[in-house]
Unconditional design. Structure first.
Length: 242
């Protein structure tokens, strides 16, 4: 039996259609097989790459800016919390010192008498506040009194608390910084229902009833604190001075 090709038998084999985006392949008996190539739609042009890089750079810049803003906000928040803690420390220290104040005169290093309580008008005087307080805990059982002489000073924008190891004739100890960034401090003193800008003690009034402190900060904010002295307001002349 003689075999015949499908074309000779009167029918043709089905041809495969070219897939979208691909060039159809043809076969030539004379030139052999023709090479098939992919369409240019499967790649990226230079313009597309540049646009993609631009979008990526914008997103990266926005992310870096957001991260920097978060870091700055966290730093500012930490600084504010630290400053609030310092203000609370000042209020606690002054409240404790003034609440336990004693009318006990002392002597300085030269042996000169010092009044039990001294209060200046503002922070331009050094010290601006000097007092003797009780309640000084003697943890080490050192040979010293249970009372302590304390001063408050303003030095180069820092509010300092200075304490003395002894009441009479002793040099001051190291200063402790309570508050920074202080521009100025004003003080007022209340006695028998009246306020005065400076406290001048007398035998019949060694201590004021209250102390008002107004603190101006270098960044523009102002704080006003009011402290009772000793047990607070006392009766003067048959009436309550509160």
């Amino acid at each position: 039996m003689v075999s015949r090709s499908p074309s000779e038998a009167g029918f043709e084999l089905p041809r495969r259609s070219a897939e979208p985006g691909l060039k159809s392949c043809g076969r030539s008996a004379e030139h052999g097989f023709e090479s098939c190539g992919g369409s240019a739609e499967h790649g990226f042009t230079l313009v597309e790459l540049m646009v993609s890089l631009l979008i990526f750079s914008l997103l990266a810049a926005a992310g870096v800016g957001l991260l920097a803003f978060s870091v700055r906000a966290q730093q500012v928040g930490a600084e504010k919390l630290t400053d609030i803690a310092k203000l609370n420390q000042l209020a606690s220290a002054l409240s404790a010192d003034l609440a336990q104040v004693r009318a006990r005169p002392t002597r300085n290093e030269a042996g000169d008498p010092v009044p039990p309580f001294f209060g200046a008008r503002d922070s331009g005087t050094t010290p601006m506040l000097r007092l003797v307080r009780a309640g000084w805990t003697n943890v080490d059982a050192a040979p010293r009194p249970s009372e302590q002489k304390v001063e408050y000073r303003l030095d180069n924008g820092s509010l300092l608390r200075v304490s003395y190891p002894m009441l009479d004739g002793a040099a001051p100890g190291p200063a402790a910084t309570i508050l920074n960034d202080v521009a100025s401090i004003k003080l007022r003193y209340r006695f028998a229902g009246a306020w005065s800008d400076q406290w001048n003690p007398a035998p019949d009034r060694p201590l004021p009833d209250a102390v008002e402190m107004t603190i101006a900060r270098t960044h523009g904010t102002t704080f006003r604190e009011l402290f009772l002295v000793g047990t607070g307001y006392r009766v003067h002349g048959g009436g309550n001075a509160g």
